[in-house]
Design a protein around this ligand. Structure first.
Ligand code: SF4
Length: 212
């Protein structure tokens, strides 16, 4: 085991203990492959499944694993042919049995931090889908809430703004300037301090660096 893997394992123990205190259902997998297999087993045949935009789901293989399944109904906005269809999928996703996403950050004290532009992902996290399954690489874990928010604003959002071709100050400077530009991707900051109902939100931490 490499020192990084060792570090991720130790930090995951601390984080999971605190996530469990907050009634999240938690798991640790060393690799994306294990995490994808575990998450797939959680979703029974016949389920309606949706997911939020996420580099973690793409990099881990979770997105393609879901797309390969023929025994579930997948609400995939990538298949939408118009903005109206995307909107319809966002609304239907709130009734899904399972909703997959990552978290922009997770504090070692067990809080989830998500910053969302449209709000569809944050909405599904808060209420609607029967189960939410979060896959997150250990690079998303921050020591404190302040550092978690700073990480999203100064690392994840600038990279996402570049990925999405948004004309924001952070895309140009690499740092958040708390903008209100039309292209801003930071409309909602959601801190999830517990899962209600208990274990509705499942968190699978992965001992790898995934997403931003
Ligand atoms: S508030 Fe604006 S500048 Fe700050 S991270 Fe979000 S989009 Fe970038």
């Amino acid at each position: 085991m490499t020192p990084t893997q060792n570090y991720y394992g130790n930090l995951a123990k601390t984080t999971i203990k605190n996530l469990e205190k907050r009634h999240f259902d938690c798991y640790y997998c060393q690799t994306s492959k294990e995490a994808t297999e575990l998450a797939s087993k959680m979703v029974p045949a016949g389920s309606t499944v949706s997911f939020g935009g996420s580099m973690t789901l793409a990099e881990s293989g979770m997105g393609s694993a879901l797309r390969k399944r023929e025994d579930i109904t997948l609400l995939d906005r990538g298949k939408a042919g118009s903005p109206e269809e995307v909107k319809e999928i966002y609304h239907k996703s709130l009734h899904a049995d399972y909703y997959f996403m990552s978290s922009n950050a997770i504090t070692a004290d067990g809080e989830l931090v998500n910053i969302d532009g449209t709000g569809n992902r944050a909405a599904a996290l808060i209420y609607g889908p029967e189960h939410v399954i979060i896959l997150a690489g250990m690079n998303k874990v921050a020591p404190t809430l302040e550092e978690a928010i700073s990480r999203v604003r100064n690392v994840a959002s600038p990279i996402n703004a570049l990925r999405l071709g948004r004309n924001t100050p952070c895309a140009a400077t690499g740092l958040c300037s708390d903008c209100l530009s039309p292209d801003c991707i930071c409309s909602h900051t959601v801190i999830t301090r517990k899962s209600a109902p208990e274990k509705r939100i499942k968190v699978i931490l992965v001992g790898e660096s995934l997403g931003y």
